[in-house]
Design a protein around this ligand. Structure first.
Ligand SMILES: [Mg+2]
Length: 364
């Protein structure tokens, strides 16, 4: 098979601030694999979880080194390809994995979710994200979301570098806005909190009951992720007995091995394709998590709709979809991911069911 890359920008309509900083725009990569007249496409890009960081330029270099080695390989031969993909970083592997899965689904003429026997009727609404900021600015962002779509699940970022007083003021402002919305429209919204590792154990212990009292339905990644897996799991273990709401691991949980390490100490995990290395690992994680009675969240970084459309193949397995990044882009180049109200629909086209601009599919 032939492989080529194209680098492209993704620019946010509204910059997103979390505990680690603010994102305005990113550069991502389109991966195109061509074989037997079928082109499979994948998207990848850099990510930073505080303890592990990958940048887009290095991912591009990895994929450029890989490309000539794919000559003579078939995209359907996943097992034979595994030794070539195993040494790649998770986001580099993700870009190739998505293109391989897309190629196979197109060759078979079915969407991947259908190939896996998933039921689109099991899909639920996605959350939309409110970043950190002054309460008035965050409430204006919430109104802007509601002008765009009838969002009923809101994810609020806390863990402000300005401290817990800022977090509490922001939390109360959003809780009041949701109550006002309920009174005005009769529609109750669900509120989730993601601290992105911005709290100490002491702060998390103090905040967990406050969140529960305010009606927050889950707490995601309160503590900073640690490279030492045992120490990382110990943080969740110490918090969980005093956390009255589901505790979800994101930055601490990259792959199936992390899932198994954290399973005794959390109520759910956040799967992201760039973190886990693509749909092969993501599908495995979602299925294992469900067998272990863990809630599955499906998240994104500053991703375009090719990555989110790929993730959407897994939606029927997901309790807490969180695939809103493409809804906040001014220059998303892809098409195929549709939504009904605040529910994303697994794409109906073969493979990933996503399209890139025609000119990008040719090597240049
Ligand atoms: Mg998160």
């Amino acid at each position: 098979m032939r492989c080529h890359l194209r680098r492209f920008p993704l620019t946010k309509a509204v910059p997103l601030a979390i505990s680690r900083g603010t994102t305005h725009a990113v550069d991502h990569l389109l991966v195109v694999l061509e074989h037997d007249g079928i082109r499979g496409i994948g998207e990848t890009g850099g990510l930073d979880t505080g303890h592990r960081r990958y940048d887009t330029a290095t991912i591009a270099w990895e994929l450029e080194q890989l490309a000539p080695r794919l000559d003579g390989c078939s995209p359907a031969a996943f097992q034979a390809l595994e030794p070539l993909l195993a040494p790649l970083s998770p986001p580099a592997r993700c870009g190739v994995d998505l293109a391989l899965q897309d190629w196979l689904g197109q060759r078979l003429g079915v969407p991947l979710w259908r190939l896996w026997g998933l039921d689109p009727a099991a899909c639920v609404a996605t959350s939309v994200t409110l970043g950190l900021g002054e309460p008035a600015v965050v409430l204006a962002r919430l109104e802007r979301w509601w002008e765009q779509l009838p969002a009923t699940r809101i994810k609020l970022k806390l863990g402000s570098p300005d401290g817990v007083a800022h977090d509490l003021a922001l939390l109360d402002a959003v809780v009041m806005a949701l109550e006002q919305r309920r009174q005005n429209t009769g529609v109750a919204c669900e509120l989730q909190v993601d601290a992105n590792g911005g709290w100490s154990l002491e702060t998390a212990r103090a905040m967990a009951p406050v969140l529960a009292e305010r009606g927050v339905v889950l707490l995601e990644q309160p503590l900073p992720p640690l490279l030492d897996g045992d120490a990382d799991a110990a943080g969740f273990a110490a918090l969980r007995p005093v956390c009255p709401i589901p505790l979800v691991a994101d930055e601490s949980c990259w792959n199936l091995a992390d899932l198994l390490r954290l399973a005794p100490h959390v109520d759910g995990i956040n799967i992201k394709l760039l973190k886990c290395g693509g749909l092969a690992e993501g599908l495995l994680m979602a299925q294992v998590a469900r067998r272990l009675d863990l809630g599955v969240m499906l998240g994104c970084y500053s991703d375009g709709s090719l990555l989110n459309g790929a993730a959407a193949q897994l939606l029927p397995l997901v309790r807490w979809p969180d695939l809103d990044s493409h809804l906040n882009l001014v220059d998303d180049p892809f098409s195929g991911l549709e939504r009904r109200a605040d529910q994303l629909l697994p794409p109906c086209g073969a493979g990933l069911g996503m399209s890139a601009p025609d000119a990008w599919l040719e090597p240049f």
